[in-house]
Design a protein around this ligand. Structure first.
Ligand code: PMP
Ligand code: GLN
Length: 380
């Protein structure tokens, strides 16, 4: 029989909460996905590329036109050149890119530093490689990177560090100063960094996304990962990319070619063409800023406490003035008794802070849904 390699892993919280939302016919603000459609032009482009016969394997590293569009965007937004031939790989979403980068680098007993709460796919991948995850907790309410604690956790076994900005689930954003300090801390080490930047275009109140590509000491050791799912409202297409210097990319590719080989070809060609419309990604920020503002304005007068999120399409709400039960119970109660689904954030920690009473709500929803959600939340 199988000796489980992930004995303590069940189904993800996203599967659980979306399942409950369906069962109880609740408003689903749990799993992060938009309830509106992306561009019909993009949809039509995929159809066109299928009709034109682009239905066989894409090149292993991704369609050249898409790699070129990714390189052009990276140059335009962050001023950095990446080589289309050997520094960019198109992946089946950010999840596969993260899994592939971890698998390519982590061996038994290597340590990986992860900040909790952390997106749920990091730790299982590390565990499957026999690595050891060293969690450092971020602290409410601002969830700032605890750089002093980071220094204390680095050892000769530290192989990798994973950062995520804008951050899921807290919405925290790394600043230029954070990145400079991180650069100083890692400068004389061989630590590899995964920089999960899937929400790079969803950032609020005039803040700037500080991509790791802009910090040379960090960029030379970094796998930079993004997802078209977030940017173009197509989470179901599972398509993203990884950019990394060629030595890292070489190892990434060795794994990539055997865990997926290549990704959906017509979708890649359509995205390459659609990426020429810069407004489609630069305009994302204004669209989501509006949604965030509708949501937090609508919560005025509720018993939930919160700090407005600075990035991502998630808002944390603190329910400590309403109830003292643990967040998993609270999330279940909200679905069953109030018809609204959220994500408990304790599941994203190794050692969740006992005093926190926090739930994550996704506001990538139509205005009517957001207003209905606010009415429900105000009634609690
Ligand atoms: N990283 C973070 C922080 C995420 O929130 C997500 C999920 N949306 C992913 C990675 C995975 O992205 P994808 O759906 O493209 O695999
Ligand atoms: N990234 C999405 C979220 O944070 C969920 C993705 C998934 O269901 N695995 O809600």
């Amino acid at each position: 029989m199988i000796n489980s390699k992930l004995p303590n892993t069940g189904v993800t919280i996203f599967t659980k909460m979306s399942g409950m939302a369906k069962k109880y016919e609740a408003l689903n603000l749990s799993q992060g996905f938009p309830d509106f459609e992306g561009s019909s032009e993009l949809h039509a482009l995929v159809g066109r590329y299928i009709q034109e016969g682009n239905n066989q394997y894409a090149p292993m590293q991704g369609a050249l036109t898409l790699r070129q569009a990714i390189a052009d965007k990276t140059k335009k937004l962050y001023g950095v050149d990446y080589n289309v031939e050997n520094e960019i790989t198109v992946t089946a979403g950010a999840t596969q890119a993260i899994f592939t980068a971890i698998t390519a680098c982590i061996s038994k007993d290597d340590e990986v530093i992860v900040f909790g709460p952390a997106y749920d796919c990091y730790e299982p991948a590390i565990q499957l490689c026999g690595g050891i995850t060293k969690f450092i907790n971020l602290e409410a309410p601002d969830y700032k990177l605890p750089l002093d604690k980071l220094v204390g956790q680095i050892s000769h076994r530290t192989k990798m560090l994973i950062i995520n900005s804008p951050h899921n689930p807290t919405g925290a954003v790394l600043t230029h100063e954070d990145m400079l300090q991180l650069q100083t801390i890692l400068k004389d080490t061989n630590i590899i960094v995964i920089s999960d930047e899937v929400y790079e275009h969803i950032i609020f109140d005039g803040a700037n996304h500080r991509s790791i590509v802009s910090y040379p000491e960090l960029a030379k050791r970094a796998f930079v990962i993004s997802s078209f799912g977030k940017t173009y409202h197509i989470t179901g297409w599972k398509i993203g990319y990884c950019i990394a210097p060629r030595t890292l990319r070489k190892e990434f590719q060795k794994v990539h070619q055997f865990n997926v080989f290549s990704c959906n070809h017509p979708v890649q060609l359509a995205l390459a063409e659609f990426m020429q419309k810069e407004d489609e990604y630069t305009g994302l920020l204004a669209m989501y800023q509006k949604k965030r503002d509708v949501f937090i304005k609508g919560l005025h007068g509720s018993k939930f406490k919160f700090v407005p999120t600075t990035g991502t399409y998630f808002q944390l709400l603190d329910y400590s003035q309403i109830d003292s039960i643990p967040d998993i119970e609270m999330a279940e109660k909200l679905v069953k008794d109030y018809g609204i689904a959220a994500i408990p954030i304790s599941v994203f920690y190794k050692n969740p802070p006992e005093e926190d009473r926090m739930l994550r709500f996704c506001f990538a929803k139509g205005e009517e849904t957001l207003l209905r959600a606010c009415e429900i939340l105000k009634s609690i």
